[in-house]
Ligand binder design. Structure first.
Ligand SMILES: Cc1cc2nc3c(=O)[nH]c(=O)nc-3n(C[C@H](O)[C@H](O)[C@H](O)COP(=O)(O)O)c2cc1C
Length: 191
């Protein structure tokens, strides 16, 4: 799949197959994140891969999923994520552009994962204090973002935006995600 096709195809996945994600795939995702653009090339980010079968359920228990449709968007029992990647930043990294670094790392992880057939969901609705304890994160680091990973067991579909950003599930359980059309967001040369 081309990078374009992967980017177009990617949707957040919240229902996963009962199949482990190989360690080399998880490591490849972090390797791609490592090489993402970084403001002033400061590279303040580090990563924790969580795939330990004791820890994965603990992480699952501290996440809130799909706020617009809760609890219909929760991964059902047996369909939880198989791994997570936490993006950490040095607590001393206070440059205002650090958020861009995190976004770039997030995108590289999600696109490389999907190229390998692995679905993902970025997560901010997380109990960070508990995650810090679960993963024994040192005080000199902050956890910025969590990404859930696993082989997709759902196929969300893009819908034309009609004034509401709220995604929904139909009677078959298919997730529909409104997206603004290209002509709504693209300006050539002037606004
Ligand atoms: C920064 C960020 C934080 C997010 N946090 C959550 C979250 O806590 N829980 C969740 O279920 N989805 C979360 N999402 C996923 C969004 O809901 C999802 O990207 C959005 O609905 C658009 O769907 P798409 O990813 O399929 O394009 C987050 C996405 C981003 C980029």
């Amino acid at each position: 799949m081309s990078v374009y096709d992967t980017a177009i195809k990617r949707r957040s996945i919240r229902r996963f197959k009962d199949m482990p994600v190989p360690k080399d795939v998880l490591e490849k995702c972090v390797d791609a994140a490592r090489l993402a653009p970084s403001g002033a090339n400061l590279q303040p980010l580090e990563y924790i891969i969580v795939d330990d079968e004791q820890l994965v359920p603990q992480v699952f228990s501290i996440i809130k999923w799909a706020a617009y449709i809760r609890p219909a968007g929760d991964p059902p029992p047996g369909h939880e994520p198989k791994a997570y990647i936490a993006i950490l930043k040095e607590a001393s990294a206070t440059a205002p552009w650090t958020a861009y670094d995190i976004g770039g790392a997030m995108d590289n992880i999600m696109l490389v994962a999907l190229e390998e057939g692995v679905g993902s969901c970025a997560l901010l609705n997380v109990d960070w204090d508990k995650l810090r304890t679960i993963c024994s994160v040192h005080d000199s680091y902050e956890i910025s973002l969590l990404i859930a990973l696993g082989y997709p067991d759902e196929s969300p579909v893009e819908e034309p935006f009609d004034g509401s950003v709220k995604y929904w599930k139909d009677e078959q359980g298919v997730l529909h995600v409104p997206k603004k059309k290209l002509e709504m967001v693209l300006h050539w040369n002037a606004f």
